[in-house]
Design a protein around this ligand. Structure first.
Ligand code: FMN
Length: 115
């Protein structure tokens, strides 16, 4: 079977777990985290119950650029919280988490600028 991965979209409520996932290495870190792993539908990698979306991917390509590796995946299946994606776009009340720098994170401002 080919290689697979899941992209799980976190919220601010998951910040401590995101930090543990990103600063520790190896599957034992799951014990220090409070996420619940659930079966995915199309891949053998687990999804995260608390994430607002889980993209189940098959690895298509992988390329190294010095200190980074670029992964390309085909999305085979996805699950998401319908409340968090209302009217075809993210519902920012769900505090989608973004990385700012080192140990700093932000959520998106709910003000929307229209053209
Ligand atoms: C805020 C933050 C940003 C990170 N950015 C990257 C990144 O850009 N590239 C990367 O390969 N890993 C990044 N990491 C992940 C960790 O460096 C590392 O890959 C992870 O702890 C490895 O865990 P594993 O060995 O269990 O897979 C980041 C982690 C955190 C917390």
């Amino acid at each position: 079977m080919g290689k697979e991965f899941v992209v799980a979209v976190p919220t601010l409520e998951m910040l401590e777990d995101v930090w543990i996932a990103g600063t520790k290495s190896g599957p034992e870190k799951i014990k220090d985290m409070s996420i619940n792993l659930i079966d995915s539908k199309k891949v053998n990698v687990k999804s995260i119950k608390e994430a607002v979306a889980n993209l189940e991917c098959k690895l298509i390509d992988k390329k190294s650029y010095g200190d980074h590796t670029f992964f390309v995946g085909e999305v085979l299946h996805y699950t998401y919280n319908e409340e968090a994606f209302k009217n075809g776009k993210p519902n920012l009340q769900f505090n989608f988490l973004a990385h700012l720098a080192v140990n700093e994170f932000v959520i998106f401002d709910e003000k929307i600028y229209k053209m």
